[in-house]
Write a protein that binds this ligand. Sequence first.
Ligand code: AMP
Ligand code: MG
Length: 400
Amino acid sequence: MGLFLQVIPVEEAITRITSIAPPKKREVVPLEDAFGRILAEDARSDIDIPGFTRSIVDGYAVVAGDTHGASDSIPAMLELEGRIAMGGSTAGRLQRGRCMYIPTGGALPDGADAVVMIEYSEQMGDQVLVNRPVAAGENVLAKGEDFRAGEVVLEAGKRLGPQELGVLAAIGYSRASVAEKPVIGIVSTGIELVPVADVPKAGQVRDVNAHLCGGFVRECGGIPRHYGIVRDDPGVLEQVLTNAVAECDAILVSGGSSKDERDIVASVIERRGRVLVHGIALQPGKPTIIGTAGDVPVIGLPGHPASAFVVLQVIVRPLLALMTGEREKRCIVQARLAQNVPSSKGREEYVRVTVSGGWATPLFGKSGLLNTLVRSSGMIRIPAGSEGFETGEEVEVILW
Ligand code: AMP
Ligand code: MG
């Protein structure tokens, strides 16, 4: 092992990490339990939706041709044939010159091809005066206009939110095949770390990364499994890693990922498996390790929480997306830079920014600051070949 990290480009690191992704697993869950899960197969409708041509307003079902030329001064006069009941279908056919009262959601009778809104009509006994013409198809939703039977309505990889659950219900999914949640082991290393409940003494810091990683894992559709703090002892770390390998689909170890004598993570991974990457041309996030223990990916994250977060977003997210099948969906907005953002060539750099009124303001600060994590709305990417961006330039902000 040399003294310095052998950095590789970000793209190559992503290729390596995705090459060690364990295969996805799936399970079937009741629709009631499917919120937030990732759909494992395409969902198709079992029926046409709507299943019948229906009115989208309260009014009168008519033959559109009967209303041509209707106006306030010369209304069309139609004979009222009766009322359509909700939830039922009508027998018989609407004849020319006639109409039927129809509520919103009612089934359009055969022969009718449009609905006149109640506001543009007047009932007088058995007659209805229509004072606006309607075109064929007006105010109706045709059978199958929303979704056709057999059509793919939601694609595999979609995260199920409230809207998706509603649509799955409409297309007959009382159960859904979803990605099994990968279990992700989380280990924090550092002799200076203390648990959250402790008040740190001089030289100590609370373990931030365990919770940062835990939240990130959940956001990506996994289950975090916490292995606590390891105080930079290679023997202890090796034992923890051995336990975690038996219980997890991937493992995140933070701290100790560089090349100081305290930085034990790479050598411990080496003892249990293989180090594939040690060093990425990424700022922040250079001291990152990608390795395996058995078949289990082990990622060494830098200790600084803000750096670890960038590595989670840029390097670990694609791994977890492959493990769950989630189609990467990032919310990106365009904004103009409120300040110059210089960057050195040769590494891909991420700068946290706040966005307001179409302007992105970079949050510069010394490495190790936590405040930019919570004050920023997202980050901008400066490609490896660029020397940065100038004030007023349009940039893409990847929102958290
Ligand atoms: P290291 O990567 O171990 O050299 O750590 C770099 C910096 O990150 C040091 O200031 C550590 O105290 C800090 N650090 C490491 N791990 C954590 C953690 N889990 N929570 C908060 N800070 C950490
Ligand atoms: Mg450390």
